[in-house]
Design a protein around this ligand. Structure first.
Ligand SMILES: Cc1ncc(COP(=O)(O)O)c(C=O)c1O
Length: 448
C-alpha cells in the first residue's frame, strides 16, 4: 500500500495550533511535545504545508522544498513580492553597492550607532512618500506594529482592535495593557459601542483604535474616514497598519490611505517593507517629531534590536524609488490587471474569490480537512499558494491565500486556476469518501 493510498487518520485532519497554545503541567518542555506528535501525523500524510523553503528566487515560477526536504516546483502564488522588486536589477545593484561599502551588518541598534547613510536616506524618502511624516524604522514590519502599540499605551489605557488585526498589533496591545478590546471585523457600529462604553466609564486614560488598511486573510478594507470620525467623537488615537497595500495598490502606490484620501485621518501609520518594497523591514510614520523621538527610545523593538542592515535599507530605498516612478505605476497597473483577470478566471471556474480586488486573492476551502487535502493536491499538481487555517481564520473557514505578482502572466493564472479547481474537486471527493487517501489511479479518474 503506498503512502498516498493509506487511510488518513482523523487526527491529521482535525485539530489546530490553538489546541497546543496553553499546555499545562510543571515541565515546560515535556508539556509541549504533543504539538510535534500532531504535526508529524500530518507530515506523514503530506498534510503539513508550512515552513517550506524556496530554492530559486521568489518569481512567478520557482523551485521549493517541503520542511522535510521533499523538492517541488510550480507556479508561485505563495510569495509576497507584489511588484517583483526583490529581483529588480536596480534593487539588486543597490544591495550589492551597500554591501561593498558597509559589509552586511548594521552592527548596532538605531538608538546607538546602527543607522547608516542608507537608513537616513530611507527615512527621508519614506517621509516624502507619506506627506512629510516623521519616520521611525524597525527591523521588521512585525516589530513596527508591536513596537508602536507597546510604546504609547500604558496599563490604564485601552486598545480596541478589529478582531482580525495582525498578531503584531494584538501582541503589542497585550504587552502594554490588560484593557484590550476587540470588535467584529469591519463592524463600525460595534467599534462605536465599545468606544462609547469605555469613554463613559473612563475619561482619564487613552484609547488607541487599531485597524489595517487591507486585511490579508479576507482582502477587505475598513472605512478609514468613518473610523476617524468615531475617534474624534470619543477622543481616541487611530493606528492603521498598511503592510499589504502600501506600494502595491492605487495609482500613486499609497494604498487605501490614498484611495480613501485618509492619509491625514490617521495618527499612526505602521507598515512593512516585506510585501512590496523588496526587503525585510518596517516603519512607523507619525505626524510630529515629539512622537517619533519618543518611539525611538520607548519602542522596545526599535531601541533594543539591531537596525536594518545597510543592504536592507539600500534595497528598500531603491525599491521605493521605483514604486514612486512611472515604472512603479506601470507595475501596479499590470498587477491590478492580473488580480482582476484572476478573480474573473476563478468566477468562470465556479470558484469564489473572497473580498475585494487586491494582491491577495483568498479562495475559501471550508473545513480544515478539505483545506489540507486541497493544499497537498495543489502542490502535487504544480501550484504554490499558502494554506491558511484556524486560528488564523475562523474555524471551518480554511482558505488558500493566492498572492498575485506583477510578473505573473495570464497563462500562469489560467493554469493555476485550472490546477486549483482540480485540487479542490479531488479534496472534496477524498473528504466525502471518508478520507481514504487518493491512489494515483483514483485521482486520475476524479480529474478526468
Ligand atoms: C498587517 C501586517 N502587519 C505586519 C506584518 C509583518 O510584517 P513583516 O513580515 O515585515 O514582519 C504583516 C505580515 O504578515 C501583516 O500582514
Amino acid at each position: 500500500m503506498t503512502l498516498r493510498s493509506r487511510p488518513v487518520p482523523e487526527a491529521a485532519l482535525t485539530g489546530s495550533l490553538r489546541d497546543f497554545r496553553s499546555p499545562e503541567g510543571p515541565d515546560l518542555i515535556d508539556r509541549i511535545a504533543g504539538f510535534y506528535d500532531w504535526q508529524n501525523l500530518r507530515r506523514e500524510h503530506n498534510l503539513w504545508p508550512y515552513a517550506r523553503s524556496i530554492s530559486t528566487a521568489p518569481q512567478a515560477h520557482c523551485d521549493a522544498q517541503s520542511d522535510t526536504g521533499e523538492p517541488f516546483s510550480g507556479i508561485n502564488f505563495g510569495s509576497q513580492d507584489y511588484l517583483n522588486l526583490s529581483s529588480h536589477p536596480a534593487v539588486k545593484a543597490a544591495a550589492i553597492d551597500a554591501i561593498n561599502q558597509f559589509g552586511v551588518h548594521s552592527a548596532g541598534s538605531a538608538a546607538l550607532l546602527g543607522n547608516t547613510s542608507y537608513s537616513l536616506q530611507l527615512e527621508q524618502a519614506m517621509s516624502r512618500f507619506l506627506g512629510d511624516r516623521e519616520i521611525v524604522l524597525y527591523p521588521t514590519g512585525w516589530a513596527a506594529g508591536y513596537g508602536a502599540v507597546q510604546a504609547i499605551v500604558r496599563p490604564n489605557d485601552h486598545v480596541i482592535l478589529d478582531i482580525l488585526a495582525h498578531s503584531c498589533l494584538q501582541e503589542g496591545a497585550k504587552a502594554a495593557t490588560q484593557n484590550v478590546h476587540f470588535h467584529g471585523h469591519l463592524n463600525l457600529e460595534a467599534l462605536a459601542r465599545k468606544l462609547s462604553r469605555i469613554r463613559e466609564e473612563d475619561k482619564n486614560n487613552g484609547i488607541l483604535v487599531v485597524t489595517e488598511s487591507l486585511y490579508s486573510m479576507h482582502s477587505d478594507t475598513p472605512d478609514l474616514r468613518a473610523i476617524r470620525t468615531l475617534c474624534d467623537q470619543f477622543n481616541a488615537i487611530l493606528l492603521v497598519d498598511c503592510a499589504h497595500d502600501l506600494g502595491s495598490v492605487g495609482d500613486d502606490g499609497l494604498g487605501h490611505l490614498g484611495l480613501q484620501n485618509a492619509m491625514d485621518a490617521v495618527d499612526i501609520i505602521v507598515g512593512s517593507f516585506s510585501k512590496t518594497l523588496g526587503s525585510n523591514g518596517g516603519f512607523v510614520a507619525v505626524k510630529d517629531k515629539a512622537t517619533s523621538e519618543y518611539l525611538k527610545y520607548f519602542s522596545a523593538s526599535h531601541t533594543f534590536s539591531n537596525a536594518l542592515s545597510p543592504m536592507q535599507a539600500a534595497s528598500v530605498l531603491a525599491a521605493l524609488t521605483i514604486v514612486r516612478s512611472e515604472e512603479g505605476r506601470a507595475l501596479r497597473r499590470k498587477l491590478m490587471d492580473n488580480i482582476v483577470y484572476m478573480r474573473d478566471a476563478l468566477a468562470k471556474a465556479g470558484l469564489e474569490a473572497m473580498g475585494n480586488p487586491s494582491p491577495i486573492v483568498p479562495v475559501r476551502l471550508g473545513v480544515e480537512a478539505v483545506g489540507r487535502f486541497a493544499s497537498r493536491n495543489l502542490m502535487d499538481l504544480g501550484g504554490i499558494a499558502n494554506l491558511v487555517e484556524y486560528p488564523a481564520v475562523p474555524q471551518g473557514g480554511s482558505r488558500f491565500r493566492f498572492q498575485v505578482m506583477a510578473s505573473h502572466t495570464h497563462e500562469d493564472i489560467d493554469q493555476v486556476v485550472d490546477i486549483l479547481a482540480r485540487a479542490m474537486r479531488e479534496a472534496d471527493l477524498e473528504y466525502r469518501l471518508g478520507h481514504e487517501g487518493q491512489s494515483d489511479e483514483r485521482r486520475a479518474r476524479s480529474i478526468a
